[in-house]
Design a protein around this ligand. Structure first.
Ligand code: GLA
Length: 336
């Protein structure tokens, strides 16, 4: 079981009950090791990896739902909502999907037939448990001349794969809220690319209901003004926004130091200020932001321990390695 949880600490989910859902990415280990924190503070979960294509559909004829089902049961038992993540992505997606028996690329019709079958099965299975899906993840390119990433999806199907994925998801569960989700979402160039993509989907009548801002941020970047501008720009499309993968790395992107055994006092202070500013902003935009999900629960486990530097510890959350609230937590709950 997890570490002892202090019962006198306010619950995040109560503090933000009138604002947005408070979510966490989980896996079969953290629903045990961080169970107490999850149940106390969060009212929404996302599967960190367990609903991704390669995990649920490793070969054409095999579906493996045990781990995803376990997370769904946890949400159900504790009255939590669940976000679905993710249906179409260039990572963690098996090669078989894009290839024929001889390893040659399939044509567009075959790819779409496989995608439809995948979406029908996965979205259909979790129809009553998953209230929204990140239908397409990270399709926009960070740089270069083309607005879309030159993934296998794009190489085989051109831009069309995006609209098709949303249509298939809507057919499989007409009640689910459907999201486009991406990182570097606050960078001005990528922001405009994401905005243009989503706008064109909306104008063409594609069933899309929200934009997911991943929010893998740092202590100094992106600038708060860029985050605000991104929120306003996406909200101007009349869609709901979810913050889908929030963490505040104590290292800037290009800081590749590996010698720290604990965060410095300066890092913790900056993180406190930054969490305060960011949640102040989220509160300000409560009418358009309906869910804020952290990409983990507490500092004892984060994907950032292995990215972008393998084996380097990071401390990105509101709860420390012993599951106790950090000063950042108090900044977030005590603001008026
Ligand atoms: C991206 C994906 C997530 C996760 C994170 C890092 O942001 O959307 O599913 O893989 O990277 O863990």
């Amino acid at each position: 079981m997890g570490q002892a949880v202090n019962e006198s600490v306010p619950r995040l989910r109560d503090v933000f009950a009138d604002h947005f859902l408070i979510g966490a990415a989980v896996n079969p280990r953290t629903i045990v090791s961080a169970a107490d924190l999850l149940v106390r503070h969060f009212n929404c979960i996302t599967a960190e990896n367990e609903m991704k294509f390669e995990r649920v559909h490793p070969t054409e004829d095999t579906y493996t739902f045990e781990d995803a089902d376990r997370l769904v049961r946890f949400a159900r038992e504790h009255g939590m909502r669940m976000r679905g993540h993710t249906l179409v992505w260039h990572n963690q997606t098996p090669n078989w999907l894009f290839e024929d028996r001889d390893g040659r690329p399939v044509d567009k019709a075959t790819l779409f037939a496989r995608l439809k079958s995948h979406i029908d099965t996965v979205v259909g299975r979790y129809k009553h448990d998953v209230f929204c899906w990140d239908v397409v993840n990270e399709a926009v390119a960070d740089g270069g001349d083309r607005p879309l990433r030159e993934s296998k999806w794009w190489q085989i199907a051109g831009d069309e794969f995006i609209a098709r994925a949303f249509e298939f998801a809507h057919e499989a569960d007409p009640d689910a809220l459907l999201f486009y989700n991406d990182y570097n979402e606050s960078h001005p160039v990528k922001r405009e690319r994401i905005y243009t993509l989503v706008k064109s989907l909306k104008e063409r009548g594609v069933p899309i209901h929200g934009v997911g801002l991943q929010a893998h941020w740092h202590l100094k970047s992106p600038a708060l003004d860029d985050i605000r501008a991104a929120i306003e720009r996406y909200a101007s499309l009349g869609l709901t926004l979810h913050i889908t993968e929030l963490d505040l790395s104590v290292f800037e992107w290009d800081d590749r130091r590996t010698d720290l055994k604990a965060p410095t006092a300066e890092m913790m202070e900056l993180q406190e200020q930054r969490y305060e500013q960011i949640f102040r902003l989220f509160r300000e935009y409560r009418d358009v932001i309906s869910c804020v999900t952290f990409w983990g629960v507490a500092d004892d486990y984060t994907w950032l321990d292995n990215f972008p530097v393998r084996g380097r510890k990071n401390w990105p959350f509101l709860f420390d390695e012993r599951h106790q609230p950090k000063p950042s937590f108090w900044k977030v709950v005590n603001q008026r």
